[in-house]
Design a protein around this ligand. Structure first.
Ligand code: C2O
Ligand code: CU
Length: 533
């Protein structure tokens, strides 16, 4: 018996059908040919689409006595995207666009961003409610501007966010963080990159045409081209179509020089292990929090949701017309399909470039040896916190030390996982005892250094400042971090978004003593406003 894709989808947890028609039981490495219900003739195929760059939003430029301010006015609304050839996919987008435009800013320029919620009351495809909260991931924003999940902006409201941009240059991203529906909202398009530049990074790394944003995501489609959402009892969503900046498995033309790629994994759940074929020289130069102390030569790297890796790839030794594929070796506990082992391809062209550009043909070795986060070291007096990432099989909910965001809400937002003083440095041990799941854990506000994983050195690609750590199967990861520069309450959660939404999210407070009034309360300090005019 040969089951149709529709049958496979309906069978959900059981269904994956091999070529011979044999049902493969659900296991650690389940794979099937596809998850989409599109007719085979419509299914996007690898290396047919042209690579497309993220467009950049233009600000309104202003300022005050403290310096320049860039103003953005963005509307979350519905739109349509041409992802499947010949079809339109209903999406949610910032200004209705998928992919949404990116924001570029120089360190020292503050940003004021007005976010309007002009979404319908319910999601056009999934029927889920549409309150939003916008998080700038990678920014030390004040709590009331940090996209606190329960600080929601409902349809018909707007919220004015303030972003300080005083930190070191880095690849950030802004995405929805609305409580319990972050997964659907981000999956439908409410996410894009945000690049902060500074003079140090400008002098060391490729710029402009050679500084390329790469947002990875995965999707699956219904027969009519709309998105399918199936998070398999909140374990995760694994699409069969890999998108790069919203295009399926695109092909990019590259000149014979070094490029800087800012890889962001914006997939809800899928982790990647990118590798080039034939092998191209690759150097990781920056992580979530910006430049690493030294560049790290890699042949592949493990990339969980929300992590950012800036990678230099050197195409200078290839021949005109050669194709270099960026493949995906995947990792345990993903669900892989026929083409999820591919990401994109680079076709080498002989076009001219400026050979005097110092970043064109030389890989910088020393980057940011003075990084304060990477200089942190453990001392015997530091507080050590133990955080277990777990699943409660009776409720199908995920938790941190047995507690969920529901528990935080029920406490009147008082319950915290940790309460360091402003300026404290702490050790956090995050442990995943399971063999069945991996969790990319994100801590808001701060950058941390990974001290070790199961007592061994971190991977080469992790030797830089981070804000998300991959806590793999049976892994215990030791982190060190200094709390500041703001007081207040911030979230910590798994960035597998179905895990986050159900309900693997908690919070910590910085410098708040019992009973003290929180002037930066994430919900009350600067709430959204009516936007009906
Ligand atoms: Cu990218 Cu709390 O999230
Ligand atoms: Cu998780």
């Amino acid at each position: 018996m040969r089951l149709s894709r529709r049958d496979m989808f309906k069978l959900g947890g059981l269904a994956a059908v091999g070529a011979a028609g044999l049902a493969i039981p659900l296991g650690n490495t389940v794979s099937g040919s596809s998850a989409s219900l599109l007719p085979t003739s419509k299914l996007p195929r690898p290396y047919q689409a042209a690579f497309s760059r993220l467009e950049v939003l233009s600000p309104v430029i202003g300022g005050d006595a403290q310096g320049p301010i860039h103003y953005y006015d963005i509307t979350a609304k519905t739109g349509a995207a041409g992802i499947v050839p010949g079809m339109q996919t209903p999406v949610l987008g910032y200004d209705g666009l998928v992919p949404a435009k990116r924001i570029d800013v120089e360190q020292g320029t503050r940003i004021v961003m007005t976010m309007h919620n002009k979404l319908p009351q319910t999601h056009p495809t999934f029927g889920t409610p549409m309150p939003i909260s916008t998080h700038l991931h990678g920014s030390a924003s004040l709590p009331q501007y940090d996209g606190y999940a329960s600080d929601i902006t409902i349809p018909g409201q707007k919220k004015i966010y303030q972003y300080p941009n005083f930190q070191a240059a880095r690849t950030l991203w802004y995405h929805d963080h609305g409580v319990h529906y972050t997964a659907q909202n981000a999956y439908s398009g409410l996410a894009s990159q945000y690049h902060m530049h500074d003079p140090q990074e400008r002098a060391l790394l490729p710029q402009g045409e050679f500084d390329v944003a790469i947002t990875l995501s995965d999707m699956m489609f219904a027969a009519n081209g709309s998105q399918l959402y199936d998070d398999r009892a909140h374990s995760g969503l694994w699409g069969d179509v890999i998108l790069v900046n919203g295009r399926p498995w695109p092909v990019m033309k590259v000149k014979k020089r070094i490029y800087r790629f800012r890889f962001l994994n914006a997939s809800l759940s899928r982790s990647y292990r990118p590798v080039t074929s034939p092998a191209a020289p690759m150097y990781v130069v920056a992580t979530d929090g910006g430049l690493m102390p030294k560049s790290q030569n890699v042949t592949q790297w493990r990339h969980g949701s929300a992590e950012r890796y800036e990678v230099l790839i050197d195409f200078s030794k290839f021949n005109t017309g050669q194709r270099i594929e960026l493949k995906n070796l995947s990792n345990p506990n993903n669900r892989d399909y026929d083409n999820t082992n591919k990401i994109m391809a680079f076709d080498v062209v002989d076009d001219a470039f400026d050979k005097n550009d110092p970043t064109a043909l030389v890989i910088p070795q020393t980057l940011n040896p003075g990084n304060e986060v990477m200089a942190l070291t453990q001392t015997s007096t530091m507080k050590i916190r133990n955080i277990r990432v777990e699943r409660d099989d009776t409720t199908n909910e995920w938790n941190l030390n047995g507690e969920t965001w529901h528990d935080v809400v029920d406490s009147g937002y008082k319950k915290v996982l940790a309460n360091p003083e402003l300026g404290d440095t702490e050790i956090w041990d995050i442990e995943n005892k399971s063999g069945g799941w991996f969790h990319p854990v994100h801590i808001h506000l701060i950058d941390f250094k990974i001290l070790n994983r199961n007592g061994r050195a971190p991977f080469a690609w992790e030797l830089g400042p981070k804000d998300v750590v991959y806590v793999g199967e049976g892994e215990k990861v030791r982190l060190i971090m200094k709390f500041g520069p703001h007081r207040g309450k911030y979230m910590v959660h798994c960035h597998n978004l179905p895990h986050e939404d159900h309900d693997m999210m908690h919070q910590f407070s910085v410098g708040l003593n019992n009973g003290e009034i929180d002037h930066n309360d994430p919900i009350d300090a600067d709430p959204p406003k009516d936007d009906s005019a």
